[in-house]
Write a protein that binds this ligand. Structure first.
Ligand SMILES: [Zn+2]
Length: 207
């Protein structure tokens, strides 16, 4: 597993592995590209890889740290999602993130904050978050994902290493549909053809 679980994002994965092999991993990344193509999955693998003590540029799957991230029990990995009703990430949430980010990791190598749909940060939350990015605590890593990166303040974007994600190939999508939804091959193929390379869109079509 690890990065090998991510399909069709060779350029993005290569970039992340190169970064991990260097001494200093940047403090913030913005994974951008359409929904449903693996940005969140890649962020989880990146969180595992930076904290894995066995492999430098990937997650080993075996060590305690890797297993804790997989089961959602690693104390240093937090995922921030927009609030259900408002669909926004507000300043209070970012305030909590900033407070946690200033603390040393509890058991891992780096604290990792996965901020999903970062374009949902309110303007005030973005301004507050900018302060953290201007003087990032060296032991924290921010992984932002967005399908609408232009909505994010240019001052935030410029402090993130940008990583572009591409839509999936029809064959890849067909395979995912066959395995995850147990669909016959011809049906999986026709749904994949309509889904524009996005798993989320394929699932919407099925439902
Ligand atoms: Zn590991």
């Amino acid at each position: 597993m690890g990065f090998t679980a991510i399909q069709d994002q060779e350029t993005a994965i290569q970039l992340l592995r190169n970064v991990l092999r260097r001494e200093r991993v940047p403090s913030a990344f913005l994974f951008w590209g359409p929904d449903g193509i693996g940005k969140h999955m890649t962020a989880v693998e990146m969180a595992r890889a930076v904290n894995c003590r066995e492999i430098e540029d990937d997650a080993c799957d075996q060590c305690l740290s890797c297993r804790k991230v997989t089961s959602g029990n690693h104390p240093d990995i937090q995922t921030i999602v927009p609030a259900k009703r408002s669909r926004l990430i507000d300043t209070d949430t970012i305030g909590e993130v900033m407070e946690m980010a200033s603390l040393r990791p509890r058991e891992g190598i780096r604290r990792v904050f996965i901020i999903l749909d970062a374009d949902r940060l309110t303007a005030a939350a973005q301004n507050r978050f900018l302060k953290t990015l201007e003087e990032p605590p060296g032991h924290s890593l921010f992984l932002l994902t967005s399908a609408h990166p232009r909505v994010i303040l240019p001052t935030i974007r410029s402090r993130c290493q940008l990583v572009r994600f591409r839509i999936l190939r029809p064959e890849t999508l067909t395979g995912i549909l066959e395995r995850s939804r147990d669909l016959p091959a011809d049906m999986a193929r026709s749904i994949a053809a309509l889904a524009q390379g996005q798993v989320s869109r394929a699932f919407d079509l099925l439902d």
